[in-house]
Design a protein around this ligand. Structure first.
Ligand code: AP5
Ligand code: ZN
Length: 212
């Protein structure tokens, strides 16, 4: 299936996408991870405010559309089934996406802002494999060490309180209109993202099973 997962920063898109990949064998197309692997890419010839994606990301601002659209178009062209995570983040990107592909399901993980700051600032990620943990909600067996691969757990540059608040402002201003854009369509399903991770997963799984 072609699945789009929407939600604010920290809503659990990465967490649930990993479950979807495991259960349904689709590809995870994520602009956040793709951009993190290309933080130092030289975009100075495109005449934007900054010369690399990383400068936008660390501040919690959106990377320019032209850069992100190209990444998604390339990734979707080689994917059969996928879960798309982190895109579209504004209405211009949503229009681009409509020209690239059809969607079977648009999932929206709904979480209140007050909860999101806590999730973001408490998140720790594995430096080696990218696995996700949280200092309160999903602790590793040994503090600071990844359960999956033994790698070191670190905080993302954009999970500081200041960058996290900015990302939430950017979400409300640019991405909530995208949620509203899909809300009226048949493919749209909202899930209560404030439940425990496995409860969110059971709702997400049921929504996917209903379209496959
Ligand atoms: P991106 O990597 O996409 O970050 P994001 O959207 O801010 O999302 P996160 O990864 O922070 O959160 P998530 O929803 O995946 O939550 P997670 O599962 O990790 O983007 C980063 C940057 O790249 C952007 O700021 C921008 O600069 C750039 N970018 C990306 N796409 C772009 C685009 N299309 N256009 C322009 N620029 C773009 O969960 C968070 C934490 O909560 C974890 O610690 C987790 O363990 C915990 N948790 C998860 N679920 C639960 C639960 N149910 N209960 C309790 N805790 C939970
Ligand atoms: Zn790891």
């Amino acid at each position: 299936p072609h699945i789009l997962i929407l939600g604010a920063p920290g809503a659990g898109k990465g967490t649930q996408s990993a479950n979807i990949v495991d259960e349904f064998g689709v590809e995870h197309v994520t602009t956040g991870d793709a951009l993190r692997s290309n933080k130092e890419m030289d975009i100075s010839d495109m005449d934007f405010e900054y010369d690399t994606p990383g400068e936008y990301m660390d501040a919690g601002d959106l990377v320019p559309d032209a850069v992100v659209n190209a990444i998604v178009e390339e990734a979707l062209s080689s994917a059969d089934g996928y879960v798309l995570d982190g895109y579209p983040r504004n209405l211009e990107q949503a229009e681009e996406l409509a020209d690239m592909t059809d969607l079977d399901l648009v999932l929206y993980l709904d979480v209140d802002r007050s909860e999101l700051v806590d999730r973001l600032t408490g998140r720790r990620v594995c430096d080696d494999c990218g696995a996700n943990f949280h200092v309160k909600y999903s602790q590793p067996e040994e503090e600071g060490i990844c359960d999956e691969c033994g790698g070191e757990l670190v905080q993302r540059e954009d999970d500081t309180a200041e960058a996290a608040e900015n990302r939430l402002d950017v979400f409300e201003e640019n991405t909530l209109p995208v949620v509203e854009y899909y809300e009226g369509t048949d493919e749209f399903v909202a899930v209560d993202g404030e439940q425990a991770p496995d409860e969110v997963w059971s709702d997400v799984k049921a929504a996917i099973e209903a379209v496959t």
